[in-house]
Design a protein around this ligand. Sequence first.
Ligand SMILES: N[C@@H](CCC(=O)N[C@@H](CS)C(=O)NCC(=O)O)C(=O)O
Length: 234
Amino acid sequence: MTDAIDLYYWPTPNGWKISIALEEMGLPYDLHLIDITAGDQFDPEFLKIAPNNRMPAITDPNGPDGAPISIFESGAILQYLARKTGRFCGATERERIAVDQWLMWQMGGVGPMAGQAHHFLLYAPLMDPPQDLPYAKGRYRAEVGRLYGVLDRQLADREFVAGDFYSIADMAIWPWAHLWKRQEQDISDKPHFARWVETVGQRDAVQRGRALALEKRGGVQVSKDAQGLLFKSK
Ligand SMILES: N[C@@H](CCC(=O)N[C@@H](CS)C(=O)NCC(=O)O)C(=O)O
């Protein structure tokens, strides 16, 4: 039995990737809330683990060679946990490549684009002073739509993103994709995407990971102090 992993987390899509993975893999963990609206991500102790001042991060007391290891960046954490458990990363080299490919597609595409869509569609118009920017809204709404079209076509003839097996690529993409309404997407023309969002969302571990500390999640109206922490422009 492995010792509990320290999970540094706040209930957001990037945080859910790791809470879902830990639940799926049955790994014990101790929760450390990093309240990003209160500035916990800038705490010098947290920055030693996550120098990019973003959560999620983990510390595994039983890292490689039995020594502790800390990891930031959700994609790197997912790959580490999959290697540690030998689960959800594919059984053959071809499957592993497919998993990595779609994981990177999430990290470089869906995450940043959907993040900006949330920012310009939901948060920025409610800022003080309001930042209601039609070009930015249209740009990120359309790019998220394009990415979900790619995903829909990928899912047309396979059950999950990387093949007919559930993997860390699904765990990385679902926390963003299931928020398609917030990203002002119309998925009526994306039946495979809709089926996959529903299937993954019904998994017990996904529901447990998604529910972790959910009561802490705030609305889209962010306080002036939190705006200063999260939306700095210089
Ligand atoms: N590429 C990073 C992104 C993590 C990220 O953006 N986390 C956000 C919350 S979803 C955060 O911690 N924000 C704090 C801040 O902006 O100061 C990852 O995938 O781990």
